[in-house]
Design a protein around this ligand. Sequence first.
Ligand code: F6R
Length: 241
Amino acid sequence: MKLITTKDYDSMSKRAATLIASELTINPKLVLGLATGSTVKGLYKYLVSWYKEGYLDFSNIETVNLDEYLGLSPEHEQSYRYFMNHYLFDQTNIDKSKTHVPDGLAINPMKECFRYDKLIENLGGINLQLLGIGHNGHIGFNEPGDAFSKGTSLENLSDLTIKKNSRFFTSIEEVPQRALTMGIQSIMAAEKILLCVSGPDKAPILKETLTGPISPKVPASILQVHRNCTIIADEAALSKM
Ligand code: F6R
């Protein structure tokens, strides 16, 4: 793992966006795995502004998002499809038909998991996967458990995740309790991984992820054995190291 320390959230965002921009410049047909959440908003802002200044061309990339809440439509403001449209896709020349997010309204979620795995396989795998980390060490919505998940699956969200994510909903009761998520095996199969971490509240879990034992109790700990994983973290997130 390569660890890059930045001063604060903004410099973490800029550094991460620079890394993605260079991968995109090297390979205009990049298969880019994307994440949602507060951590990645800043880096999407940089990518959008560099696109608007004429430095980036997204027209040939394919994107695959990590996860989606079960039961939320693409129009729901808290759905991850909505997030992606809002913060990145609608503001660049990305071809929307080449952007993929699990279908939160799938009538048969198991079939949807299978379809999503097949889609990633047909794309030839993911070149670069962007990740954030949950306070419990989740990546995507792969919550702590007894075993690492394989392909895309339907996950029950932990009480902690529901509580943390309730900040985006009007009440905790509105937070979906299940989500479709790319599995750990699919994430680990990505050629390159970029994990972004910011803020003092993520410091304890980042320390556990980087220095603790590799265990499904801390799903992100498996990144210790990825062949090409870069972590960009700000000083606050590294304050417990
Ligand atoms: C979302 C995702 C999650 C988030 C994580 C951190 O697509 O994959 O694993 O990256 O929950 O969320 P924030 O950045 O909001 O702290």
